[in-house]
Write a protein that binds this ligand. Structure first.
Ligand code: PMP
Ligand code: GLN
Length: 380
């Protein structure tokens, strides 16, 4: 078979998790919690199944879940999406991202991707026949930032979409209102769409606010905004997420969605809808993860790694240039095999494998797991 994605192998997350298991390493590589979700959420799913809610739900998602998502976005970000025409429940954020790209990008259209970037964006653009145009973030002692002048310079008459991600995986950077204003200036007067990956929306630290594209009228009118319950409720394996977009964009999204997955599993949607009636769990998330971030950063400060800022997400990037001159992939493998702590090389988030001497750790782990990893990292 002639491959549609000839450059693609197995994802770095799968490879590093397998290596971690093989060597009995603490897995701070692939991003997922090593603790359970709230038992109440499990009860609600169980109740939904036992109540017989096991057949196809509406194509767009269970109405109560869509209404609750719309109410949450209105309360947090002040944007009133119509639950019937502007919110769709998806099989995780990944399917929302894929479907948004497939419904909007025509062969030959350019899509601007800011690297390091989550690994699904670029291959999906290629599957759509689009042309990925990459711009690299700047990185210095203050951390990573988006070079908006370079994003502006990358825009051409063929640009169809710009993909942004805030809070950002893998760097932990968050976009600020001023970043969104700059982006709005870049796309003003064009028909460029924004695909905003906000799966870590509830993981923003030090009292800072998540700058959602849905809050920014000039961007929201041309944006697909994506989130994921896997991140918010510690259930990454459930693969339920959602997308919000103006009705005209959502109509096109749904044309693809109905032949892509048609719809998303029913009992999980009912369970999530019930659980989401109470905002307390997601409102508690910043404090919950900030404690873990601080524990992990305080420990890493005692090691030979150099910390980069971590304003959002559950990832911490570190420089290892004081320790080794191995490539990032080699260093991550060495760390897994010899020190028994798995990490992800940030080079895996660049299409051309850019080397910066930086690896990413995930701190969505029990404190005991983080402490064990820190003891091992302190021995280097
Ligand atoms: N976007 C980003 C930035 C992510 O980190 C992830 C999770 N790895 C996803 C999308 C995918 O989310 P989901 O598991 O809900 O498909
Ligand atoms: N989003 C997770 C991460 O960045 C992994 C998702 C996956 O395994 N594809 O680690």
């Amino acid at each position: 078979l002639k491959s549609r994605l000839p450059a693609v192998g197995t994802t770095v997350f799968t490879l590093m998790s397998a290596l971690a298991a093989e060597h009995g390493a603490v897995n701070l590589g692939q991003g997922f919690p090593d603790f359970g979700c709230d038992p109440r959420l499990l009860d609600l799913v169980d109740e939904a199944m036992r109540a017989g809610l096991n057949q196809y739900p509406p194509m767009t998602g269970v109405p109560l879940l869509r209404q609750t998502i719309a109410a949450k976005i209105a309360a947090l970000y002040g944007h009133a999406y119509d639950a019937d025409t502007e919110i769709t429940v998806t099989a995780g954020a990944t399917q929302a991202l894929t479907t948004a790209i497939l419904c909007a990008v025509h062969p030959g259209d350019e899509v601007i991707i800011i690297e390091p970037a989550y690994d699904s964006y670029l291959p999906t653009v290629q599957l759509a026949g689009g042309v990925p145009v990459t711009v690299s973030m700047r990185v210095d002692d203050k951390g990573y930032s988006v070079p908006w002048d370079e994003v502006a310079a990358a825009v051409s008459p063929r640009t169809r979409m710009i993909v942004i991600n805030t809070p950002h995986n893998p760097t932990g950077t968050i976009l600020r209102q001023s970043d969104l204003d700059t982006l709005a200036g870049i796309v003003a007067g064009t028909d460029i769409l924004i695909l905003s990956d906000e799966v870590y929306e509830h993981m923003v630290y030090d009292g800072q606010q998540h700058a959602s594209v849905s809050r920014h009228p000039a961007l929201a009118e041309r944006a697909f905004v994506v989130s994921s319950f896997g991140k918010t409720y510690h259930v990454t394996g459930w693969k339920v997420g959602y997308v919000a977009a103006p009705a005209s964009l959502m109509a096109e999204f749904r044309k693809v969605h109905q032949y892509n997955v048609f719809t998303v599993n029913t009992p999980m949607q009912h369970g999530l809808a019930g659980y989401m009636q109470d905002p307390a769990p997601y409102l508690a998330l910043p404090a919950f993860y900030q404690k873990k971030r601080d524990l992990f950063r305080d420990g890493l400060a005692q090691t030979r790694f150099t910390l980069l800022p971590a304003d959002g997400t559950y990832f911490q990037c570190v420089r290892y240039d004081g320790i080794s001159d191995l490539s990032e992939a080699e260093f991550a493998q060495w760390l897994t095999r010899e020190i028994k702590v798995a990490a992800i090389p940030v080079s895996a988030f660049y299409s051309r494998g850019k080397e910066s001497g930086i690896v990413r750790f995930c701190f969505a782990k029990q404190d005991a797991t983080l402490q064990l990893a820190l003891e091992r990292l302190a021995r280097i």
